[in-house]
Structure formats: C-alpha cells, structure tokens
Design a protein around this ligand. Structure first.
Ligand code: C2O
Ligand code: CU
Ligand code: CU
Length: 445
C-alpha cells in the first residue's frame, strides 16, 4: 500500500535555480515503487494539483478500472468549489483521491507510472508527473545479474528551461496541448537522467545493470557507451519493456524510442581507475549528444554473471495462432480543421469503439507509419513479428509494450489479449502525437 500526493513543488535541477514542477510526492521523478510479482499493490493518489489528473502504470497488467483511462479523472480539490471540471462532458469518473490497484501478476520488469489525462498528457509528463515501478521475482534475482548498487534505473528525459529555471512548454491558449509548429513533438535541449542534467555517476570497475527508460515526450536516442580514448563498450541487452529476454543480445549502439525500456549490462572492468565512460546519443547534436557519464573510481571484485539463458517463459505465439490480422495506419491528417495525428484516419474519441476483441484471442497487428511513431499497447505485452517486411531487428527481441515504427515502415506485432476484460488503449507514445489524437480504444470482451 502506498499513498502518493500529487502536488506542486520546486527542485534545483540547474545549479542555483529553482524549477517549479508538478510532482508525485514532491520529487521528479516520483518515488520508485518496488514490488514482487503476484503481490498486489494499491496506490492511493491524492490530487493537490490545480488540474485534474489520471495515473497510468505503463506496462502494467492492470484491470481496466485501475489502468488510468484518460477520462477517469482525479479532480483537484479546488474544482469542487468552482465546479469547472464537473461540467466537462468527458469527465466519466471524478474523485479527489483514487485507489489504483495493481495485481502485478506479470513478468518482472521496469514499469513506469505517468499522467494520462485526455488532451493534456504531454504537458503533464513534461512538468514532472512520471515515476518508476520495478517488479521483481525470485527467478530473476537468482540469475546473478549485477544487483544492489550495481543496478541503476535510468530515466532519461529531455527538457527545455527558461533563464529563471522554469520549464518551457509551448502552448496556445485555445489549444490544450501543443501548437502546429510542434507537430513533431516537443524537444528540450537539456538531457536529464533521473531528474539531473548530464549526471556523472561514480562506479566500480565492474559490471552494471542499467535499466534504461526513455521518458522523453518526443526525443529518440541511439545510445552508445564510449570511453575517454574512444573505445565503445558493448551494451549487452538482457531485457526489454516486459522483462528478461530468452538470451542476451549484444549491441554496439541501442535505439531507444519514447516509453521503451532496455535492460543492459555494461562492464567497466577494462576502464582504468579515473577513466570515464560517456553515454552518448548518436542522434543528438551539440549538447544533446551527451546523456550522462560514469567515472570509474576503484578496482573491485565482481561476482555477477550474464547467464546464456535468461528466461524460458516468453510466449511463443505463432502467426498461425492468430484469430485475425488488423492493420492500423499511423499518419498525420486534418481533424476539426487543424493538423492532427490519426490512427486509421481518425482522432481519438473516448465514445467510439475502435477494436473489440475476445479475451484469449491471439491477433497480429500490422502497424504502418508515415513518420516516426513509437506505438504502445496497454495491458498486453507483444512480440515483434516483422519489420519492414523483414525479420525483426536485434533490439526488437523479447516481450515489448512499445515498438518504434520508423518513417515509412510497417511493423507486425503479435499478442494474446488475456488477463482482464474491459476498455484499454493503444496509442503513439510521442506524447504530443497522443494529445493530438493518435490514440484509439481497445475493448476486450
Ligand atoms: Cu505510457 Cu498509454 O501510456
Ligand atoms: Cu501504458
Ligand atoms: Cu507518433
């Protein structure tokens, strides 16, 4: 049981300046919740922010009433007096506090929780409403992967700051989320890791488990680890969005789209004491090329290992298991006379039923993109079947809940809709695209 108060707070993110934030419990990121597989957790959220909020546990296998549907609002205290949000026709459920119950009957994984309010998700996350939730189990812990202080969750997010330290988020008064100049999404020129700009973390000359989350609204990364003398260290991937891979996959650089998680082992053993390893974004320019650095401060013993077999419980769905194949186009279009981002030609409408499927059905979805779209499915982890008509890429391995569609590409995924009945979502996780309509309903009956 946890209690989280959503409230305004400020933090010193840039030296000597205070940044006003919207927070979970006064910090950005919010408190990290650690739970055990199959041990249900209830989180009571109290909203003391000036706006309605909705909490979604990204990657959670969660009953629909706790999944954070965009109109299941937790009202701010002040609206009880003014009554404004009470007259919002889209406000289906409205409360001042809300209990979110997570059964967590799922593979151990790095999940994250964030705001999901209709039309306003992107600015809410930007202002600080995001936190980590790690699910663990005995089987994973017995593998011998680096643990304790050698396991580091890294929430990577870019932000833009004004001279006084406040966050800059572009918005027009007549439009909830973003302006047409920001069709590609909102980028910042400061890279934060766990809320700190370009941090330097001291490490032993040993293996570390880096649990990377791209919590940026729109920025893509292609991460590499480079030593002072220009040597690239291997990134040994052991897990994806939804937990451990079957076997490790070694990358020299790793693309990470918004909302994706990658669990990677980096070995600092070959780095001399005093040496540094830069984590860089090959897609960045200027200072957004740098993400963070590790400084090796001591020699140390290392009894961690990377087993050749990591997990044996990955679903092995075959194309022939699929009850049906659906196709969705993720494309720009016009909606209500403005530019928007659409799925199958339509902007999100909570009243419309887009996909209805039966509990237990296996489906193949063909996702087609115009520009880059990281597509996320609630509730059901999936596997990537093909990319651009070819076999999946090495970083597509494992069980995922977000897949990066590259410009012009079509990607096939396969999943089984099991766990719970009810109304869920799928959407682009470029948070601005999501707010501009690129979201649809998924109903499991
Ligand atoms: Cu991370 Cu529907 O969201
Ligand atoms: Cu989600
Ligand atoms: Cu998109």
């Amino acid at each position: 049981r946890y209690e989280i108060t959503q409230r305004e707070a400020s933090a010193e993110i840039l030296p000597g300046l205070r940044t006003p934030l919207w927070t979970y419990e006064g910090t950005f990121p919010g408190p990290t919740i650690e739970s055990r597989r199959g041990h249900p957790v209830t989180v009571t959220h109290r909203n003391e922010l000036p706006v309605p909020t909705v909490v979604h546990l990204h990657g959670g296998r969660t009953p629909a009433d706790s999944d954070g549907y965009p109109t299941d609002l937790v009202l701010p205290r002040s609206t009880m007096h003014t009554g404004h949000a009470m007259h919002d026709p889209r406000a289906v459920v409205t409360e001042l506090t809300r209990d979110y119950t997570f059964p967590l009957d799922q593979r151990p994984a790095l999940l994250w929780y964030h705001d999901h309010r209709m039309d306003y998700t992107a600015p809410a996350i930007w202002r600080g409403l995001a936190g980590l939730h790690i699910v663990r189990d005995d089987a994973e812990e017995s593998l011998g992967l680096p643990a304790g202080s050698r396991e580091l969750p890294l929430m990577i997010a870019d932000r833009a700051f004004a001279a006084d330290g406040s966050l800059i988020y572009p918005a027009l008064p007549d439009r909830p989320g973003v302006t047409e100049e920001y069709l590609a999404g909102v980028l910042g020129d400061v890279i934060l890791v766990n809320g700190a700009p370009w941090p330097v973390h001291e490490v032993d000359a040993a293996r570390y488990r880096l649990r990377v989350l791209n919590a940026s609204n729109a920025r893509h990364y292609e991460l590499e680890a480079v030593t002072d003398n220009g040597r690239r260290l291997d990134l040994v991937q052991v897990g994806a969005d939804q937990g451990l891979l079957a076997a490790p996959v070694t990358h020299s650089a790793l693309p990470v789209a918004p909302a994706e998680r990658y669990d990677v082992i980096v070995d600092f053993a070959g780095v001399p004491v005093g040496g540094r390893v830069l984590i860089r974004n090959r897609l960045g320019v200027g200072r957004t090329r740098d993400v963070m650095a590790f400084r090796v401060v001591r020699r140390a013993t290392d009894d961690s290992r990377i087993p050749g077999v990591l997990s044996a419980d990955l679903p092995a769905w075959q194309r022939s298991d699929a009850a049906r194949v659906r196709e969705f186009a993720f494309r720009a279009g016009r909606t209500h006379g403005r530019h928007g981002w659409l799925i199958g030609g339509l902007p999100f409408d909570p009243a419309r039923s887009d996909v209805v499927t039966e509990l237990g059905d296996v489906e193949v979805w063909r996702l087609v993109a115009d520009v880059h779209h990281p597509v996320h499915l609630h509730l059901a982890g999936f596997r990537v079947l093909s990319r651009g008509g070819r076999p999946p890429l090495p970083h597509d391995a494992g069980l995922k809940d977000t897949v990066s569609l590259r410009p012009g590409e079509s990607v096939e995924i396969i999943t089984r809709f099991d766990g719970y009945r009810g109304r869920y979502l799928f959407h682009c996780h470029n948070a601005e695209h999501e707010d501009m309509g690129m979201m649809a309903n998924l109903e499991i009956i």
